[in-house]
Design a protein around this ligand. Structure first.
Ligand code: PHE
Length: 339
């Protein structure tokens, strides 16, 4: 009997030693120590045996049971530890190694200017609207009081398409589209791209960006226009910024003005960037012409409004001290990364 136990011990330990998985060990445990296991059966059969043999053999058999249980448990722990260590080794990363830097882009300078201006106007209760870049004659000119033979059309000469439509030369058509759709009170800005038949130079582009602004309500006066533009320019360029209104002409505003701001480089003293003048021309503005209000079905006796159109590329030029406006269109990353 003792020999039989010895053989069993050898056999089991050898088997355990040869197993390399947790499930393999579990199979061995069931084979010997499970309910129908070999050692379990042996222990059950002991009651048939006579004393004192039963006691010695019983003790031995119980010791063997404990030994097998312990060896299986120990090996299980070892295997699990090995598995974890293997995983750790496999998935190890060197956190001290320097990584590859991801190239993050940023907003285009004119878009940055639009965003800044949008925030300023939104704080004054303005909405943002959009309009088509391919326009018809009526919205670009007719409704804005620019009649077919009027010489003022030359100022907005643009690119005509073969179907009678044209690339919009200014954002003012969106005034008409919005006023026709909505009823006063209105407060809107329209940032967008416009097209002009223009010889390009350091301060002129033929594809450029404008920001139209307009407000229509009862009792809107020129003072409101001045106040609105002054808050805008002071938020953009600093509290000391001054504005200069020069009388001008636009068929869709009356009275009309051209508006200059004090040069940000010299503060108004006169320098190379402002051509020694101290002022930089930035926008056209005025009170919306009564005829334009009538064209969209408003009663000029009841409502009035102002409108202005700002050159956004000029704003970006001043803000970022860009010397040649054409650089904005070249897509040269060395240039664009500076802003
Ligand atoms: N649309 C005019 C231009 O492009 C600017 C402007 C807008 C003037 C609104 C007055 C009022 O030159």
């Amino acid at each position: 009997m003792l020999d039989k136990l010895k053989d069993l011990e050898k056999e089991v330990l050898k088997m355990i030693g040869g197993v390399e998985s947790v499930t393999g060990l579990e199979t061995i445990r069931i084979k010997y120590l499970g309910r129908k296991g070999e050692l379990t059966a042996f222990l059950r059969s002991l009651h048939k045996m006579a004393e004192p043999k039963r006691r010695t053999i019983g003790r031995k058999a119980n010791e063997l049971k404990k030994k097998i249980e312990k060896t299986i448990d120990d090996n299980k722990t070892l295997l699990q530890k090995g598995l974890i260590e293997g995983k750790v080794k496999e998935e190890w990363i060197d956190v001290t190694q320097s990584g590859t830097k991801r190239l993050l882009g940023h907003l285009y300078p004119v878009t940055q200017a639009i965003e800044e201006i949008r925030c300023i106007f939104e704080s004054m209760g303005y909405e943002v609207v959009d309009g088509p870049e391919v326009e018809d004659d009526y919205h670009s000119f007719g409704a804005l009081n620019i009649l077919p033979e009027h010489p003022a059309r030359d100022a907005w000469d643009t690119f005509y398409l073969t179907n009678g439509l044209l690339m919009r030369p200014h954002t003012s058509p969106v005034q008409i589209r919005t006023m026709k759709k909505r009823k006063p009170p209105l407060r809107f800005i329209v940032p967008g791209r416009v097209y002009r038949y223009e010889a390009e130079d350091a301060t002129h582009l033929s594809v450029l960006h404008q920001l139209e602004g307009f407000a229509v309500d009862s009792n809107i006066s020129f003072a409101d226009l001045k106040g609105t533009l002054l808050s805008l320019m002071r938020s953009l360029f600093g509290k000391k910024t001054k504005l200069r209104f020069r009388p001008s002409f636009f068929p869709f505003t009356e009275p009309s003005a051209e508006v200059d701001v004090t040069c940000v480089v010299c503060g108004g003293k006169g320098c190379r960037s402002c051509g020694g003048d101290g002022w930089v021309e930035l926008l056209g503005a005025g009170m919306i012409h009564h005829q334009v209000l009538r064209n969209v079905g408003y009663n000029p006796e009841k409502v009035s409004g102002f409108a202005f159109g700002i050159g956004l590329d000029r704003i970006a030029m001043i803000k970022y001290r860009i010397e040649d406006i054409r650089d904005l269109m070249k897509n040269d990353l060395r240039f664009l990364r500076q802003f």
